[in-house]
Design a binder for this molecule. Structure first.
Ligand SMILES: NC(=O)c1ccc[n+]([C@@H]2O[C@H](COP(=O)([O-])OP(=O)(O)OC[C@H]3O[C@@H](n4cnc5c(N)ncnc54)[C@H](OP(=O)(O)O)[C@@H]3O)[C@@H](O)[C@H]2O)c1
Length: 240
C-alpha cells in the first residue's frame, strides 16, 4: 500500500497550504506532492505551479485578510478531494518596525494574517481533520515567536508569539480527537521575506527546501509522536 493511501481506501492524504504561490509554502507544496500527498493551494492569485505536470493539484483563491475565505476554500477542497488530513498555515507578513515606530494599523495587519487567519483556517478544517483520526496542523511560527532578537523585529515577534500560542492552543483542543499541531519556528529562511530585511547572504540562511522536508516528516509522525514546537536556525544563538 502506498505510504499515503489511507486505511479507509479514500485515496492519498490531503493537505491545504496557505500562501503557496512562493517561498516556503510553494516549496512545501511541491515536496508534499513528491511524497504522495494531494494538495490544495490557497493563494491570493491562484496559478498552477510549473511542477504540477498532471494538473491534479487543487487551487483556490485565498486572501488571509478576508474572514470568509477559509470556509469557501475548505468547501472547495472537500469537493475536490473528499477529505482533509492536514493544514499548513504558512501565509505570513513581516513589517520591520519597532514597537515604538509602529502604528496600530501595522500591528493589526500582522495579527490579521499571522494569527487570526490561521485560527480561522484550523476552525474551518476542524471536522474533517477530526474525522481523519490523525489530523495535522502546522502553524508556521518563527524563532521570532520564541525570542525578540532585535528592535526592528519586535512588532513581528508580537504576532509570532501569538501564532506559537495558537499552535499550542490547537494542540490542546485537538489532542483527544487525534489532531496534532506543531509550531515550526525558523530563523532566517532564504525567501523574499528574509532577503528583504537583512544583508545576510541567502546561502547562509536556512534553505526553504529543508523546512519543507521537516514539515513532511512532522506530518508523517504517528499520533504517539507529537511535536509541539520545532525550532530551526541558520546561526548560533543561546537556546535555538
Ligand atoms: N523567511 C523567513 O526568514 C521566515 C522565518 C520565520 C518564519 N517565516 C514565516 O514563514 C511563512 C512563509 O514566509 P516566506 O518566508 O515563504 O515569505 P514570502 O516568500 O514573503 O511568502 C509569503 C507568502 O505569504 C503569502 N501571503 C501574504 N499575505 C497574504 C494574504 N493576505 N493572503 C494570502 N497569502 C498571503 C504570500 O502570498 P503573495 O505571493 O500573494 O504575496 C506568500 O505566498 C510566513 O508565515 C513567515 O512569517 C519566514
Amino acid at each position: 500500500m502506498n505510504q499515503q493511501t489511507s486505511e479507509n481506501g479514500k485515496g492519498a492524504r490531503v493537505a491545504l497550504i496557505s500562501g503557496a504561490g512562493r517561498g516556503i509554502g510553494a516549496i512545501t507544496a511541491a515536496e508534499l506532492v513528491r511524497q504522495g500527498w494531494r494538495v490544495s493551494l490557497g493563494m491570493r492569485q491562484p496559478e498552477r505551479p510549473a511542477w504540477d505536470v498532471n494538473g491534479d493539484v487543487h487551487l483556490h483563491a485565498y486572501d488571509a485578510t478576508d474572514p470568509g475565505a477559509e470556509a469557501l476554500w475548505l468547501e472547495a477542497a472537500l469537493g475536490a478531494f473528499g477529505r482533509i488530513d492536514a493544514i499548513v498555515a504558512n501565509a505570513g507578513i513581516m513589517i520591520p518596525k519597532t514597537v515604538i515606530e509602529a502604528d496600530d494599523e501595522d500591528l493589526d495587519a500582522m495579527l490579521a494574517v499571522n494569527v487570526k487567519a490561521p485560527r480561522r483556517l484550523a476552525k474551518a478544517a476542524w471536522e474533517p481533520l477530526a474525522q481523519s483520526g490523525r489530523g495535522r496542523v502546522i502553524i508556521i511560527g518563527s524563532l521570532s515567536g520564541k525570542r525578540v532578537k532585535s528592535a526592528k523585529s519586535g512588532l513581528y515577534a508580537m504576532s509570532k508569539f501569538a501564532a506559537v500560542a495558537l499552535s499550542h492552543a490547537i494542540r490542546q483542543t485537538g489532542f483527544d480527537l487525534g489532531i496534532r499541531a506543531t509550531a515550526i519556528c525558523p530563523g532566517f529562511v532564504a525567501t523574499d521575506m528574509a532577503l528583504s530585511i537583512t544583508d545576510r547572504p541567502a546561502d547562509l540562511m536556512t534553505d526553504p527546501a529543508d523546512i519543507a522536508r521537516i514539515i513532511a516528516m512532522l506530518l508523517d509522525l504517528p499520533n504517539e509522536a507529537s511535536v509541539a514546537e520545532f525550532a530551526i536556525n541558520c546561526q548560533l544563538e543561546e537556546f535555538f
